[in-house]
Design a protein around this ligand. Structure first.
Ligand SMILES: [Fe+2]
Length: 568
């Protein structure tokens, strides 16, 4: 039978103290210049055999790697051949990239479908960027030249923009943070990376939610796109009636989406946030500590997984340098921008994130919001039940020197640097910090990671870099220019390979059979309640997905598809 104890109840307090001292020696942070991704925390050293992928992890992953590697080897000459033989605007080479192991849904090839393009902002791989516009002034600051007539022509709306804003129906996806991360390559070139081989746009996309009519439900549609931020020139505004120019403008949005997702949404907000929790936990909470038992399932393999990501951020010529639009320095700047700006990590909890984006109201169909809010509540209820089992009040928390050390290190800029947590150390802040960890390790990461194979692998719909400069005029938009904007087909093949070998779920959230907490009687009611909450969520998502319109499905936060930890 597993037992847990707080430090004051430990049978062998000296041994427990020794365990923590050894842990702090074995797990160490990179400090100062030796940390390439500072101020984001990263591990300098850790016990490799404790953190490395287990044999069961590796054995289950090998078939996927073999299948993907064979597919890449076979397809490389084929896609090159097709690329040479087909017309300069042919997309056929992209069609043959997927192998037999994972074939993205046919929907993902509907790159011309504007409704599907819009839906991907609320039910795609990066559903945490869109925000609601609350005033005409706010809209004009982002899209200065959009008129009521253009809005009505694009959407069929009979109201004007002011009325649509007042009805909570105008939204924006503004990728301004990409511009802030850019390092202009040429003096006086305020369009940043325009003259490189690859172009990283910082676009603005305006969207409108059409009201329901008759049997047709509300639907989100795009209104207008600019490839760059206001104030740059030339920066034409593209509208849905602009044919191939519009298609190219959508590609710029998708490129920005991919880069924001890669650096901020996925790696910063999930992988390295959980690395900070992993380091602070391993160093300060001994194995007998109940909160160590709570967190262990949600930290497994994360530090080891991130070693690879750190290497890609640290070394030129590797994956991140080759694949994404920015220079490696820019990708790192984008990655660290949230931390540099002092953003509170607690604001990444869905309820706070949605409030900041003013999306606690509006949008009839926002499946990520529905599911993520449920997951946040489930995580908080579970954490609260475990915490209150051991801590009757805040005084009990501050009486635990191990938790105080954990909290202090987690918020310290010199160590884990998780900003915003533990403004004061008490029971409420402990519950919130642990809720953030449990949510992020599970649903937070799964929402960012696992949709990629479906939604980020067909280049005409979604690609990681634009390979042609943005259009100066709408007349430059042609099928050939669209194809030139997409990656070389060998790059697209490599992207598919990288995403596919990362599409691996080691376990299922809430399955704690391999962990101490799974056999800890004191928290059995909490674990049982968690299982019941997850079952109820699964039932609700199943019901929603059965009736989802075509290209409006969002299965990714179904509990059966969410993992315990950032396991790859
Ligand atoms: Fe991931």
């Amino acid at each position: 039978m597993t037992t847990a104890s707080l430090p004051q109840d430990a049978s062998f307090p000296l041994l427990r103290t020794l365990e923590s001292r050894v842990a702090r020696f074995r797990y160490r942070y990179r400090h100062g210049e030796e940390n390439t991704i500072r101020p984001v925390a990263a591990a300098k050293c850790f016990p490799i055999f404790r953190e490395i992928y287990s044999p069961s992890w590796a054995l289950r992953h090998i078939p996927l790697v073999l299948a993907s590697t064979v597919n890449r080897a076979v397809k490389k000459p084929l896609v090159k051949f097709l690329d040479r033989r087909r017309s300069p605007w042919s997309l056929e080479p992209f069609d043959v990239i997927p192998g037999f192991y994972h074939r993205p849904p046919a929907d993902s090839r509907d790159y011309r479908d504007d409704g599907y393009f819009a839906f991907r902002r609320v039910g795609g791989a990066c559903p945490t960027l869109i925000s609601r516009i609350t005033s005409t002034a706010e809209l004009l600051a982002k899209m200065p030249s959009l008129t009521d007539a253009e809005f009505q022509a694009a959407t069929g709306a009979t109201t004007d923009l002011a009325a649509a804003i007042a009805a909570n129906r105008i939204f924006v996806a503004d990728y301004v943070r990409l511009q802030e991360a850019l390092r202009p390559q040429h003096p006086g070139n305020d369009r940043d990376s325009r003259f490189r081989d690859k172009y990283l746009p910082a676009p603005v996309l305006v969207l409108y939610e059409r009201p329901a009519t008759g049997t047709a439900p509300e639907d989100l549609v795009p209104v207008a796109i600019t490839a760059d931020q206001p104030g740059t020139s030339p920066n034409p505004m593209f509208l849905p009636a602009d044919g191939d120019a519009w298609q190219i403008a959508k590609t710029y949005v998708e490129v920005a989406d991919n880069n924001w997702h890669f650096a901020i949404g996925h790696l910063y907000r999930c992988h390295f946030l959980m690395e900070a929790f992993a380091l602070a936990t391993r160093r300060n909470l001994p194995r007998r500590h109940p909160l160590r038992m709570l967190l262990d399932p949600h930290l497994r393999f994360t530090i080891f997984t991130n070693v690879v990501a750190y290497s890609y951020f640290a070394n030129t010529g590797q994956l991140y340098d080759r694949m994404y639009s920015g220079t490696l320095e820019e990708s790192r700047a984008l990655f660290a921008s949230s931390s540099v700006a002092g953003d509170s990590a607690l604001d990444l909890l869905p309820s706070r994130d949605l409030a900041a984006r003013k999306l606690d109201v509006g949008l009839a169909r926002y499946p990520w919001r529905e599911d993520a809010l449920r997951w946040e509540g489930i995580a908080r209820d579970y954490v609260r039940r475990v915490v209150t089992t051991y801590y009757p009040d805040s005084a009990a928390v501050t009486d635990d020197p191990e938790v105080v050390a954990f909290a202090t290190e987690l918020r310290s800029p010199s160590f884990a640097n998780v900003q915003g947590v533990f403004a004061t150390i008490d029971r409420a802040s402990l519950i919130e910090a642990l809720t953030l960890a449990v949510y992020t390790a599970g649903a937070g990461h799964s929402a960012m990671h696992f949709p990629m194979i479906d939604l980020y692998t067909y280049a005409p719909t979604q690609c990681e870099s634009a390979w042609a400069p943005p259009l100066r005029t709408k007349a430059e938009g042609t099928p050939t220019r669209f194809r030139q904007t997409l990656p070389p087909v060998t790059e697209a093949l490599e992207n598919f390979y990288q995403v596919e070998i990362g599409h691996f779920r080691y376990d299922v959230f809430g399955d704690f059979r391999d962990y101490a907490i799974g056999s800890l009687d004191a928290v059995r009611p909490a674990v049982d309640a968690l299982a019941a909450d997850l079952a109820a969520l699964a039932t609700d998502i199943d019901a929603r997905e059965r009736t989802a319109p075509p290209r409006r499905g969002y299965p990714y936060l179904h509990p059966s598809l969410v993992t315990n930890s950032v396991n790859i």
